[in-house]
Design a protein around this ligand. Structure first.
Ligand SMILES: Cc1cc2nc3c(=O)[nH]c(=O)nc-3n(C[C@H](O)[C@H](O)[C@H](O)COP(=O)(O)OP(=O)(O)OC[C@H]3O[C@@H](n4cnc5c(N)ncnc54)[C@H](O)[C@@H]3O)c2cc1C
Length: 479
């Protein structure tokens, strides 16, 4: 195991992509599961705080330590086994999402979750139940995790395989490999019926593996995982469709989301008028009258791709006068152009934030599909009333927005923070969630109370206590 005591050697581990900063005494880089078991056993015995570190691309400060030791998983970076018959891939937890995609390229199979940040690790993705554009069709990380190898905060361990350990109504009871029994009750709570990543996953008769996915590393260290793969589609048709009016865009969205529609995309991503204005600065040939845009991808076959394209043209022409300006992608090069359009946006926003020297304030909320337009208009009205600069994009297929408020001084920032609370409260009042994919971590804890009562949050604490009696692992996340 590598141990670093000098802060200069582990400064990078004291932040994540949210820029939230922490502090620690030591960085530990274990090289085997036994070393992790020993670290955690000792931590529980001596009541030392341990914070698990993935790639640090998280946006809520969840890997940022608040004292104690950092446990970096970076040596757990191997792809262990590709089982073509079972369509599974066994990996260690620090394997990055882009490494999985590269490894599977040309195999005829793919791992469906595709969060935008490809440097993130599978351990981090499990920690946050990460999702991506394709979640619209395929769901989030949770659905593709068949099994995880876990070391609990006490230093004991167990492989948790989907389908093996279930709650009896609200009560769990199971044993570690070492024979210790762990039992606890789930709080009585109904999670929002939308894409959701805030707090523990709770459902009566649930599978134990689902409790760990999205638990932000608070219940154990994941050392490895078995991923479920799917057969790759033969051909993918991509399009960026520009709209002159937001009514047309929302009508298009509602129609395309109808089940068994003629066009059935695997992703639907949204860009508002301010996103387009920002992108016009760096990306050429954006049509002049474009105010809104949707990026979609449709799975098709070589044989049917012309027909799919023709159907898309006919379908789209009902909703926008800019149908002839649609950007279409079939080849790898063309798909890259569309992905570039999407990826440039967070970078352009980041540049603005740097320019204004203010903290980033971005939502991650989602609402039930029937309220998507109402929610969007609610946000825009608030921003306009308060005369705040904003950029909204997101995974609109799942009615999930990232509204970024770009404040220029302290006064704007404090008004924006109030609005931010109103926006989350509105999402919850519509049956939605305060976080659909980034989680709560350390910086969004105060907002969890908008969604859940103290009683429910206490229920989360009791679950944590059952796994982590001395409260040593990833303290400060979620509650
Ligand atoms: C530009 C950009 C785009 C992004 N796009 C998306 C997106 O599309 N979708 C999305 O969901 N997120 C997105 N994110 C957020 C981020 O990439 C995800 O939250 C990701 O899951 C974090 O992975 P990581 O390896 O960087 O984990 P870290 O940030 O290091 O850690 C995240 C959490 O997981 C825990 N953890 C890490 N490894 C383990 C382990 N082995 N066992 C137990 N717990 C562990 C950590 O302790 C922490 O609580 C984006 C971030 C950026 C900067």
């Amino acid at each position: 195991m590598i141990v670093k005591h000098n802060k200069n050697e582990f400064e990078d581990y004291l932040v994540d992509a949210s820029s939230y900063e922490g502090y620690a005494d030591e960085l530990l880089i274990p090289e085997s599961v036994d070393e992790i078991k020993q670290i955690l056993k000792e931590a529980t015995a001596k009541n030392q705080k341990i914070t698990i570190s993935g790639a640090g691309t998280g946006l809520t400060g969840s890997r940022v330590p608040l004292g104690g030791k950092i446990l970096s998983m970076e040596r757990f970076n191997k792809i262990l086994n590709f089982d073509k018959d079972r369509k599974t891939l066994k990996v260690e937890s620090f394997v990055r999402i882009e490494e999985i995609a590269d490894y599977l390229a040309g195999s005829g199979m793919f791992y469906p979750p595709n969060p935008t940040e490809k440097l993130a690790t599978i351990g981090g993705n499990i920690g946050n139940n990460a999702s991506g554009a394709r979640t619209y069709k395929y769901g989030a990380t949770r659905r593709y995790i068949n099994a995880i190898d876990v070391v609990f905060p006490t230093g004991e361990s167990r492989t948790i395989r989907r389908g093996e350990i279930f709650a009896n109504w609200h009560k769990f009871e199971f044993s570690t490999n070492e024979g210790t029994s762990i039992s606890f009750e789930l709080p009585n709570v109904q999670m929002p019926k939308v894409k959701h990543a805030a707090g523990y996953y709770i459902e009566q008769n649930m599978d134990l593996i689902d409790l760990f996915i999205g638990a932000e590393g608070t219940l154990g260290v994941v050392t490895g995982a078995e991923l479920q793969l799917l057969d790759s589609p033969e051909q993918i048709l991509g399009a960026i469709i520009f709209f002159d009016l937001h009514e047309g865009m929302f009508d298009f969205l509602n129609e395309i989301r109808r089940e068994n529609g003629i066009i059935s995309p695997r992703l639907i991503e949204f860009f508002d008028d301010n996103s387009i204005m920002l992108l016009c600065g760096t990306i050429p040939h954006i049509p002049k009258n474009a105010h809104y845009a949707l990026w979609i991808e449709i799975e098709t076959s070589n044989e049917k791709s012309d027909e799919t394209l023709a159907n898309l043209y006919i379908f789209t022409s009902e909703f926008t006068t800019l149908v002839d300006d649609t950007w279409i992608a079939m080849s790898e090069q063309e798909h890259k152009r569309l992905a570039h359009f999407r990826h440039q946006l967070p970078l352009a926003v980041y540049e603005k934030i740097q320019q204004y020297k203010q903290q980033k304030l971005g939502t991650d909320s989602a609402v039930p599909n029937e309220f998507v337009k109402e929610y969007y208009e609610y946000m825009v009205n608030l921003f306009k009333q308060e005369q705040l600069e904003y950029v909204i994009w997101g995974h609109i297929g799942n009615s999930h927005f990232h509204a970024n408020i770009l404040t220029k001084d302290e006064d704007e920032f404090s008004r924006a923070k109030q609005i931010y609370v109103d926006i989350l409260a509105k999402a919850v009042s519509l049956g939605g969630t305060i976080s659909a994919e980034h989680g709560i971590g350390k910086i969004k804890k105060e907002y969890l109370k908008i969604l859940y009562s103290d009683e429910v949050i206490d229920g989360f604490r009791r679950i944590k206590k059952a796994f982590d009696p001395e409260d040593v692992l990833n303290c400060g996340n979620i509650f």
